[in-house]
Design a protein around this ligand. Structure first.
Ligand SMILES: [Zn+2]
Length: 472
């Protein structure tokens, strides 16, 4: 759709899919033109062991030869590989919106801690295949990484290097999230959607509409699903009411960034209408979630343009189901176990792959009065997926725990757009030369590919991991 005016010297850029294809984790897209080598997103692979092992693979190019990294948003599957890249010698700017830079630091520090703890635990108990087990990166790598963050304003054109431009557009997925437009040396344009928010997000404004590009990479997490947010709210409220009435405790494994805020918003609404009695405590047990909550509160206080006007009108109370209790220290987390009576515990990690939520699940799963509410996407190979799939026993801390508690799956709370919403986002834009479906498990990506091809008549492809294509 653009009219490139190629100089004799500029060749089409090469785009390589290094991660986030046919899976929802490990997003990494490398764009190489004559003079610039830019990585869009630098995510960690998560989930099944085969995927996690890929975090140890070498990249097809030397990290020292990458000039800049652009990060769409602060979720681990989009930024969690950064400290590894820096350990391998990357020294360029990490370009992202200001809120993303702040949230990414929180996410990366937590990730380093979890990996160091897992390595230490494995060495102590001897269950790792690697001896000694090592973390992918540690605190020092994260210290080093955050010094390369270079916040860029959303909605302004900036030049990454001569001839290569960047513009971020609001993505509406989590605070700070953006979709990315790159203008390459030969004039061609590439848009990477990152993760797209759903228009009904209770706190954030919808993503800015796509306006066209030569090549488009679009996420497909829910490429084969439809969200019904109203029924999700009803289901969420009813499982909580049901559990409390039988004297049980509700554990909500929440992705620390955004899902916690959305869950707290729902709980605050339930406090407001009386369906969540004030004597039932709400705990947020995750230092990372609490740190991220501060970033959301700051955004509300500073009237961030990403937030809905109705949220700004109410202020911080919109995410405060008072009384609610913050467990920052390990002792405060342990103390939750000793409180009698029903409670609501929001704790990370979201897919129950690690973190404090495991201790709560370990305690509550054997009792049928209790409930676990899964409020987001549960990737294959994670404990959350096992629970959703009806696992009778769940392995944690090297032993099996019986699952007798109720398991409620409320995936429509997701911060992702569903298939119809992605098609709406593509909207009236002119057809790109090629649209690549990324960040989706195979069936989801293929279903959305077929819809884009049938309903819009666009050339749509699900790329293979490691594949390289021209941007033209
Ligand atoms: Zn995300």
């Amino acid at each position: 759709m653009s009219q490139p005016a190629p100089s004799a010297a500029s060749r089409p850029a090469l785009l390589r899919f290094l991660g986030g294809v046919r899976t929802v984790t490990g997003s990494k897209f490398l764009v190489e033109s004559d003079h610039a080598r830019i990585l869009v997103d630098c995510g960690l692979f998560q989930g099944v062991a085969d995927l996690r092992r890929r975090n140890w693979d070498k990249l097809p190019c030397d990290a020292r030869d990458i000039h800049a990294v652009v990060i769409t948003h602060a979720h681990l599957d989009h930024c969690g590989y950064l400290p590894r890249l820096v350990r391998h010698g990357f020294r360029g700017p990490i370009l992202a919106g200001a809120a993303t830079a702040r949230l990414a630091e929180i996410v990366l520090r937590d990730s380093a801690r979890l990996q160091m703890e897992a390595a230490e635990h494995a060495n102590r108990h001897g269950w790792s295949k690697h001896r000694p087990a090592k973390p992918l990166y540690d605190d020092d790598d994260v210290d080093h990484t955050v010094s390369f963050f270079d916040p860029v304003p959303v909605g302004s054109d900036i030049e990454i290097m001569a001839g290569t431009g960047l513009r971020l557009h609001h993505g509406g997925h989590i605070l700070g999230s953006a979709w990315v437009r790159l203008t390459l040396e030969d004039g061609h344009t590439l848009v990477v959607s990152g993760d797209l928010g759903r228009p009904g997000h209770p706190l954030l404004l919808p993503p800015e509409p796509f306006t066209g590009a030569d090549v488009l990479l679009v996420e497909s997490t829910y490429g084969n699903r439809r969200h019904d947010h109203e029924s999700a709210q009803r289901e969420f409220a009813s499982v909580i009411t049901r559990t409390l009435s039988r004297g049980g405790t509700v554990v909500i494994p929440a992705f620390a960034i955004d899902r916690t805020e959305v869950v707290l918003h729902e709980l605050a609404t339930m406090r407001g209408d009386g369906s969540l009695p004030r004597h039932v405590p709400v705990y947020v047990d995750s230092p990372m979630a609490l740190a991220a909550l501060d970033v959301y509160r700051d955004a509300i206080r500073s009237h961030s343009p990403e937030l809905r006007p109705e949220v700004l009108a109410v202020g911080e109370a919109v995410i405060s189901p008072d009384p609610f209790l913050a467990a920052r220290t390990v002792q405060e987390s342990i103390d939750i176990n000793n409180t009698a009576g029903p409670a609501i515990i929001v704790s990370s990690a979201g897919m129950a792959t690690g973190g404090r939520v495991l201790h709560h699940l370990h305690r509550i799963l054997p009792d049928p009065r209790n409930a676990v509410v899964i409020v987001g996407f549960a990737a294959a190979g994670t404990r959350s997926r096992d629970l959703v799939d009806g696992a009778r026993n769940l392995k944690m801390f090297g032993e099996y725990v019986p699952v007798r508690a109720e398991v409620a799956d409320v995936p429509h709370f997701s911060a992702h757009a569903d298939a119809d919403q992605i098609l709406d986002w593509l909207g009236a834009a002119p057809a790109p030369h090629t649209t690549y479906l990324v960040h989706g498990e195979e069936t989801a990506a293929e279903t959305l590919r077929d819809r884009i091809s049938d309903e819009l008549g666009w050339t749509a492809v699900v790329p293979r991991s490691g594949e390289a294509v021209l941007v033209r």
